[in-house]
Design a protein around this ligand. Structure first.
Ligand SMILES: Cc1cc2nc3c(=O)[nH]c(=O)nc-3n(C[C@H](O)[C@H](O)[C@H](O)COP(=O)(O)O)c2cc1C
Length: 369
């Protein structure tokens, strides 16, 4: 029996398997006008096709909780009725294929206001449709604009923005809300001493640096139903302190274990464990499973369910992560872009039952692989 294709229940939500679609920005929403930030036919195809492809959970990309929280002007957003209505179509399509619709709620912080990566990836000025980014401290991400240092009132408004967006996500039919706390974006930039130099209640000590993350989690948890799960994506390390040749102080794997304990106590149901994104020039040696040890650490030292992500491409590789107890689920990113039907093929390879739609099953089942 395949562990990867064994269902996982979080709170009261059954998730049909543990091979999930990782959130991936598509830079394909309207940047202005009445449909700003609303998902389009492209997003519908992008997400629904991975659900038809057998992913047990399909997560919509980093979605800005407010306009300046988008990474680029072409990001998805969820702060108005029009966007909420457009997302309703997406969640219905994902559910049609038996997958769980999830959304990543995000604020890009000091890494906001950039061009599409396949064009230039550079900072866009206000005259180019961009805006001044915001952050815990006025320290620029390499090559981007110096951010506005948030006031305490602005921080408290941001907490409410996450909650409002979560409420809209629920109304649009999402069953999982993930708080984006990774990759150097706003929440992550509060956590790390590399980007948070505040001297008030939101900076300095570990407890102060995690305060904003926990306030967002509490606010989202308060509007998210008791029987549905909340996830938190974290960057387990900035890859600074771990590197003996790098003198900069960063967030570490041990900090992540401490944070995971707090997240667990604050009602987070799964930690989605990524790494990096805090500084452009961190030295990262990436390879298959390179982030898995961090998911393992949080899961087994804290006792909170985790998901692993990062260069997981082979069915047996994913199966071994689950069987070995390193994580409860895996997220796949680029491999699902290459092959939307990866999970159906993985099920066959691992001796589990694929979940082809009825419309396909009666014909494709005749051939084994
Ligand atoms: C095109 C693209 C867009 C991405 N956008 C997001 C995002 O919106 N939110 C996020 O947390 N990670 C994002 N990521 C990171 C992926 O979710 C994933 O963690 C990463 O690609 C590693 O997994 P992989 O090796 O399976 O691709 C993105 C990655 C890619 C390739």
């Amino acid at each position: 029996m395949s562990s990867l294709f064994t269902p996982l229940t979080l709170r009261s939500l059954p998730i049909p398997n543990r091979a999930w679609m990782s959130p991936m920005c598509m830079y394909s929403a309207a940047p202005e006008g009445p449909d700003t930030g609303a998902p389009t036919d492209f997003h519908l195809t992008h997400l629904a096709s991975r659900a038809a492809g057998g992913a047990g959970l399909v997560m919509a990309e980093a979605t800005g909780v407010r306009p300046d929280g988008r990474i680029s002007p072409w990001d998805l957003g969820l702060w108005n009725d029009r966007q909420q209505e457009a997302f309703t179509r997406i969640t219905a399509a994902i559910k049609t294929h038996g997958a769980v619709p999830a959304i990543q709620l995000a604020h890009a912080g000091r890494k906001a206001s950039v061009d599409k990566p396949w064009l230039s990836d550079r900072y866009l000025t206000e005259s180019e449709g961009g805006w001044q980014p915001v952050a815990p401290s006025a320290i620029a991400y390499d090559g981007l604009a110096v951010p506005h240092e948030l006031t305490v009132e602005e921080i408290q408004q941001l907490v409410r923005d996450f909650a409002d967006s979560a409420q809209r996500a629920l109304a649009a039919g999402f069953q999982v809300a993930e708080v984006h706390g990774a990759h150097g974006y706003l929440i992550n930039s509060f956590l790390s001493p590399a980007s948070n130099h505040r001297t008030d209640a939101y900076g300095g000590s570990f407890e102060n640096r995690i305060r904003f993350a926990l306030e967002v989690v509490d606010a989202v948890r308060a509007v998210w139903p008791e029987d549905l799960p909340v996830f938190f994506r974290t960057s387990a390390t900035d890859w600074l302190t771990e590197n003996p040749e790098d003198e900069r102080e960063g967030w570490t794997g041990e900090d992540t274990v401490r944070l995971a304990k707090e997240l667990h106590a604050h009602g987070v149901d799964l930690v989605d464990v990524s790494t990096g994104g805090m500084v452009r020039d961190a030295k990262i040696v990436a390879g298959p499973n390179y982030q898995v040890p961090f998911a393992d650490q949080a899961r087994n030292q804290v006792g909170i369910p985790t998901a692993a992500v990062g260069i997981i491409t082979e069915p047996q590789q994913a199966e071994d992560i689950i069987t070995g107890g390193q994580a409860d689920a895996v997220f796949l990113g680029r491999e699902l872009l290459r092959n939307p039907y990866w999970a159906q093929h993985a099920a066959l390879a691992l001796g589990a039952e694929p979940t082809w739609p009825d419309q396909y099953a009666y014909v494709v089942k005749r051939r084994k692989r």
